[in-house]
Design a protein around this ligand. Structure first.
Ligand code: PRP
Ligand code: ZN
Ligand code: MG
Length: 223
């Protein structure tokens, strides 16, 4: 791969983290030339460019060195850390960003009287987070089936393909609409700045340090 002298940040193309993410970068003094539907946005003032992608692809892009940083949900980063192969570069959460707060939770049909995780024994649970769910089930000493779905997880109980789900909950609206209710929380999530465990030691590293400093300033002002 060609060495890059500009920093590249991956971000969700369209979704809940897009607007607040762009807003945060703007307040860090970063402006971008291209339109957002071009998926690659060239940074004007500073040598920092944006790549707009699917959120689930962000950790992999950083691990491969295609991007230096990513703005992504802690849930997506943690799932990658649990499921990526040993040969994959290690990633870390550089900063929590304070927006996009939500929970990764177990949800069960409204009529089920949930008291403890042990009740999930022998049931099947649909999720897009098999790594995080599997780890939680092990910690709880519960043996349950895990059905991995890329999306529309909430519909699985009604279709009869799973008894419960494990998915993100923000307002709770999706659960209510699907006659489910939140039963247990696995992870408190929010948008984070993700990066490689070993930061680049060239100009990109200097820019990254500057960006982190500005970020800390912006986050402090907001709190
Ligand atoms: C998430 C999650 C639920 C929904 C919950 O999906 O998978 O479907 O939000 O939010 P609520 O509690 O406010 O209803 P989202 O559409 O954000 O992203 P996804 O396409 O990656 O699943
Ligand atoms: Zn997603
Ligand atoms: Mg969803």
């Amino acid at each position: 791969m060609k060495p890059r002298d500009r920093l590249r940040i991956a971000m969700q193309k369209s979704g809940r983290l897009t607007e607040p993410g762009l807003d945060l970068l703007k307040r860090c003094g970063l402006t971008f030339r291209q339109s957002r539907d071009k998926l690659f946005c060239f940074g004007e003032g500073e040598p920092v460019d944006l790549l707009l992608v699917r959120d689930d692809d962000i950790p992999g892009l950083i691990a491969q060195g295609v991007c230096d940083l990513g703005i992504v949900g802690r849930n997506v980063l943690a799932e990658f850390q649990l499921t990526a192969g040993r040969e994959t570069a290690a990633l870390s959460e550089l900063r929590p960003l304070g927006f996009g707060r939500c929970r990764l939770s177990i949800a069960v049909p409204q009529e089920l009287d949930y008291q403890s995780p042990q009740q999930l024994s022998g049931l099947s649970i649909a999720t897009s987070y098999p790594g995080l769910l599997g780890e939680w089930l092990r910690t709880q000493g519960v043996e349950a089936g895990v059905v991995t779905l890329a999306g529309s997880v909430e519909i699985a109980p009604r279709l009869g393909t799973a008894d419960a789900i494990c998915d993100l909950v923000q307002s709770g609206g999706t659960l209510v609409a699907n006659q489910l209710r939140e039963a247990d929380v696995l992870l408190e999530s929010e948008a984070v700045l993700a990066g490689p465990e070993i930061l680049p030691a060239d100009e990109r590293g200097d820019m990254l340090e500057l960006l982190l400093k500005r970020l800390d300033g912006v986050i402090q002002v907001r709190e």
